[in-house]
Design a protein around this ligand. Structure first.
Ligand SMILES: [Mn+2]
Length: 326
């Protein structure tokens, strides 16, 4: 191979036969595809791998993906973790609001979000210009001539498709290259099934609330989706509102898990979604992500009414920023 081999580097920092791969909480398709791919890679090198996560998977197409492609993954409290267990984090980083600090040693991280300062790992491969973590994992297969099983190829392809929003969001050369190499290996019947099971009937309630509450000012679309919506559903509504031609930036929120959860999308370069939500939440909570998709959270909010008050402040900060910058 000659050039640097990330998989060998990763393997050389693992000291135990068994390793845990942790995705971000409420894992999405990219996170699960990355974890599944990494499991197969490490097992090809003699390791034993368990995939763990926190939160729930409640999006229909993600559940379908787990079932159709046979992704074996467990809630972290089923894993009986010990402090000496070695953990590899995928599709997120230590210290993120959506990455629970599990018992065990986070020795490695493979991700495509902006590098979080102050965290160190024995091995890290963090490339924030790449659209999907699954593309990084896919490249390990090809760099090491490890065959990609059909279900893994399908998962990685689906992860890339979803995280890049069908190759329209943050697509890098690596994403395109991996997409075209995985495409002939994937199961397209499964891809079609996944494509056609995006929403549960009950999800439409969140869409209805968003449509009812949508407020568009200067290209910023702000909407509530009602109480207790999952992260994935909030994100789907945010994607949906961005398809409106009069909306360039979205801010969608829900009162959930004792706090207010925000999802932000931006289709214009001068409005960086990650910076915008981080700035708007300063003094209240924490947020971040990518230039075109980001999320945030205000913790310790006692009730829905207070959540609305907080949301109003964040909305105001958002709109003010766009008005002053345009
Ligand atoms: Mn991702």
């Amino acid at each position: 191979m000659g050039k640097q081999n990330k998989l060998s580097e990763l393997l050389s920092c693992l000291t135990k036969k068994h390793v845990i791969v942790q995705t971000h909480n409420y894992p999405d398709q990219d996170a699960l595809a990355s974890a599944m791919g990494l499991k197969v890679l490490l097992e090809a090198k003699g390791k034993k791998v368990t995939i763990g996560y926190e939160g729930i998977v409640d999006k229909d197409n993600t559940l379908k993906m787990i079932e159709l492609l046979g992704i074996e993954c467990y809630l972290s409290d089923q894993l009986n973790l010990k402090p000496e267990d070695e953990i590899i984090i995928v599709d997120g980083q230590k210290g993120n609001i959506n990455m629970t600090d599990l018992t065990g040693d986070e020795v490695a991280c493979i991700d495509h979000h902006r590098v979080r300062r102050g965290e160190c790992y024995k091995f890290s491969d963090i490339r924030d210009h790449v659209g999907a973590c699954a593309s990084i994992i896919a490249s390990y297969f090809f760099e090491n001539d490890i065959p990609v099983p059909e279900n893994v190829a399908t998962a990685l392809l689906y992860g890339i498709k979803m995280d890049t929003h069908n190759m329209t969001r943050s697509v890098s050369e690596l994403d395109l290259d991996m997409f075209s190499r995985l495409f002939p290996m994937a199961n397209h019947e499964h891809m079609k099934t996944l494509e056609n099971s995006c929403l549960k009937l009950s999800d439409l309630e969140a869409y209805r609330t968003a449509i009812d509450t949508l407020h568009v000012v200067e290209g910023v679309g702000v909407a509530a989706v009602g109480e207790g919506c999952s992260e994935a559903l909030i994100a789907s509504v945010s994607d949906f509102l961005l398809t409106l031609s009069s909306v360039q930036v979205t801010l969608v929120y829900s009162y959930r898990a004792g706090g207010v959860k925000f999802s932000v999308r931006s289709e214009v370069e001068r409005y960086d979604a990650s910076d915008m939500i981080a700035d708007a939440l300063s003094g209240y909570g924490d947020g971040g992500g990518h230039a075109d998709m980001a999320a945030g959270f205000i913790p310790n909010v006692p009730d829905e009414h207070t959540a609305q008050d907080y949301a109003a402040v964040i909305k105001e900060r958002f709109i003010r920023r766009v008005c002053t910058e345009s």
